[in-house]
Write a protein that binds this ligand. Structure first.
Ligand code: FES
Length: 106
């Protein structure tokens, strides 16, 4: 766990209701823009490892392109099966024009 803030994207680089991937120690983190607010979640569906960034955004949820599980982009909470486990949502802040996340996992 680290309290350091990591630059992951520049403000303006990510379209509304879209995301951009960031490689954090060989793991993809998806950085989403929801109406000008930024959120970061692990890009790995807890059902069977689907790539959420390859899916789409609906009602603030990332929809897995493989079997349709949904995760709340703001919290990482699972909202629809066939996934039942939440994914990790990282703390995010904007510092000047940089979007930053903190890796607060154990
Ligand atoms: S891998 Fe995501 S719903 Fe199955």
């Amino acid at each position: 766990m680290s309290s350091e803030w990591i630059n992951v994207a520049r403000v303006g680089e990510i379209e509304n209701n879209d995301c951009q991937l960031f490689d954090l120690d060989d793991e993809d983190i998806a950085i989403y823009n929801l109406d000008g607010e930024y959120f970061a979640i692990e890009d790995r569906c807890t059902h069977d490892g689907g790539d959420l960034a390859g899916g789409w955004v609906e009602d603030g949820c990332a929809v897995c392109p493989r079997h349709g599980a949904r995760f709340d982009i703001r919290t990482g909470k699972v909202m629809a099966p066939p996934a039942y486990e939440d994914i990790h949502a990282f703390p995010v802040r904007v510092d000047q024009d940089m979007i930053q996340i903190q890796d607060d996992r154990e």
